[in-house]
Design a protein around this ligand. Structure first.
Ligand code: BES
Ligand code: MN
Ligand code: ZN
Length: 494
């Protein structure tokens, strides 16, 4: 998908396969220049009861009278003021309305009063254009026939919009990489493959990378990661990516991504239904690689480290068993009461490893618990942090990018359930508050720095007919990291 910007003017003579105009619910007229024909069509549609500008509603007009454009698409924004959520809803509705239509070159108006629409449009059309073709032929009738989108923005602010376009496109590239990796089947996207992708990323963008194999993982004494990996013939990997955009001495931010390339549950085997979806259990890792793709393109003034423990979780003659006790990198012993609670095991060694960087912040991202899906559904990612300022920064980054998270509690009362008679800690507690007790387990290994945990079990992919990775929470992560630059001003737009 090709994006460009141009000054917003002369709409009636604009040649386009489709001119997309967003309309606020209460507004009598679009408020755009040279828009008499557009306003007349909108007024007629309202009068006829065909279009009331509810958020996400659309009205498509072929060969619109008084316009040079082949089509006019009116899209409702709902009531003012426009927020990031309605902007995204409207932009996605525009894509749906264009599904299967031969509109290669599309123009989208983005007026002064419609700020959040700019990023929302780039992201919606970017996501619309993504097609998975790694292991199948594309559909004979593709959904998206749009190949170029021109955003028409206020004439006086072209430079600012150019920067915003670059940002949104970099985030889109990160989201696309994340989706592609997460969508790959488990027999294609192995720990070895993730290591290669990290190396390729490093090569393309001049980043530092290390990919540790089983022998080096053992030398690091990552006993919990090794315990999960021992049931599989696929060798584990531990990936360390580094981006330097600030002076060497400046404390880095660290992202840690769960990279279970297939989670069968191990000896505590999962039921068969929907087990295929456990190929998505490396979505945290994919989001870290996606965030690096975006950061490397944008070159912000921060230092960043990415850590990815990658392994399969399979049953087998050598697999770790319920009741086994292992020694983690931190020295704490863990009684593995359920081998299906493997994410927290591989993450605890990575969180301990993160301490050596004396980080400014550490955020781990993981498809950690089914309980988080029960708690929050597919709307918000779960956010856990003892640090109010860090939590607020992540919540805000989520709101700005419409990639939201919701803060959940931590606390001694929850952590008590993790007590073990045979080790320093058990890897599971009872069924209640499962996503919280999982976060409490991680917290034990993240004491040395500011830390937050994102449980993306409900948000990383969609099930059903439209099964596939969403690319979340790449946008949230990149927005958060950009805001961590020294002297970074809070963005003026939503
Ligand atoms: N990867 C799963 C969590 C998961 C399950 C994500 C379903 C998305 C959908 C994780 O490794 C897991 O199996 N967690 C267990 C923990 C339990 C054994 C305490 C779970 O949620 O059932
Ligand atoms: Mn599991
Ligand atoms: Zn898992």
């Amino acid at each position: 998908m090709e994006f460009s910007i141009a000054p917003l003017k002369a709409l009636s003579s604009l040649r386009s396969d489709c001119l997309v105009v967003f309309v606020q619910q209460s507004a009598e007229a679009s408020g755009l220049l040279d828009a008499e024909a557009i306003d007349a069509i909108a007024a007629q549609a309202r009068q006829d009861g065909d279009f009331h500008a509810a958020a996400g509603s659309t009205y498509l007009c072929n060969r619109p009278q008084g316009l040079a454009a082949r089509r006019l698409l009116l899209v409702g924004l709902g009531p003012a003021p426009l927020d990031a959520r309605n902007a995204r809803k409207a932009a996605e509705a525009a894509c749906v309305a264009l599904k299967g239509r031969s509109a290669a070159r599309v123009h989208v108006t983005c007026s002064e009063a419609q700020q959040p629409l700019f990023e929302a449009t780039v992201r919606a059309f970017g996501d619309f254009a993504y097609v998975y073709t790694a292991t199948r032929k594309p559909d004979a009738e593709p959904a998206c026939l749009v190949s170029a989108v021109q955003l028409l923005v206020p004439a006086r602010q072209q430079a600012a919009y150019r920067v915003r376009l670059q940002r949104a496109q970099a985030i889109q590239a990160g989201v696309d990489l994340c989706r592609e990796l997460a969508n790959l089947p488990g027999n294609h996207c192995t720990p070895t493959h993730l290591g290669k992708v990290a190396q390729d990323l490093a090569k393309r963008h001049k980043l530092k990378v290390e990919v540790l194999g089983p022998a080096q993982i053992e030398r690091e004494r990552m006993g919990a990661l090794m315990a999960v990996a021992q049931g599989s013939h696929e060798p584990a990997r531990f990936i360390v990516l580094r981006y330097q955009g600030a002076p060497k001495g400046e404390a880095p931010h660290v992202l840690v991504g769960k990279g279970v390339t297939f989670d069968s549950g191990g000896i505590s085997l999962k039921p068969g239904a929907e087990m295929d979806e456990m190929k998505f259990d490396m979505s945290g890792a994919a989001s870290v690689l996606g965030a690096f793709e975006a950061v490397a393109r944008l070159q912000p003034r921060i230092n960043l480290v990415g850590l990815i423990p990658a392994t399969e979780n399979l049953p087998g003659g050598r697999a770790v068993k319920p009741g086994d006790v292992v020694t983690t990198r931190s020295g704490q012993t863990v009684e593995i009461l359920n081998t299906d609670a493997e994410g927290r095991l591989i993450l605890c060694d990575a969180l301990d490893y993160a301490g050596q960087f004396k980080p400014a912040s550490v955020v781990d991202i993981a498809t950690l618990t089914g309980a988080c899906v029960i708690a929050l559904g597919h709307v918000h990612s779960g956010l856990f942090s003892p640090d109010d300022a860090l939590a607020e920064a992540l919540l805000e980054a989520g709101r700005q990018t419409h990639d939201t998270c919701w803060r959940m509690p931590l606390g001694e009362e929850y952590a008590e359930g993790l007590r073990s008679r045979f080790a320093d800690v058990a890897n599971i507690a009872g069924r209640p508050a499962g996503s919280v007790t999982a976060a409490c387990f991680l917290q034990r290994f993240a004491q040395a720095y500011r830390w937050a945990h994102l449980d993306i079990a409900g948000t990383a992919w969609r099930s059903g007919a439209h099964k596939g990775a969403t690319g979340r929470p790449v946008a949230l992560l990149v927005q958060y990291l950009l805001a961590q630059q020294a002297g970074a001003a809070a963005p003026s737009h939503a």
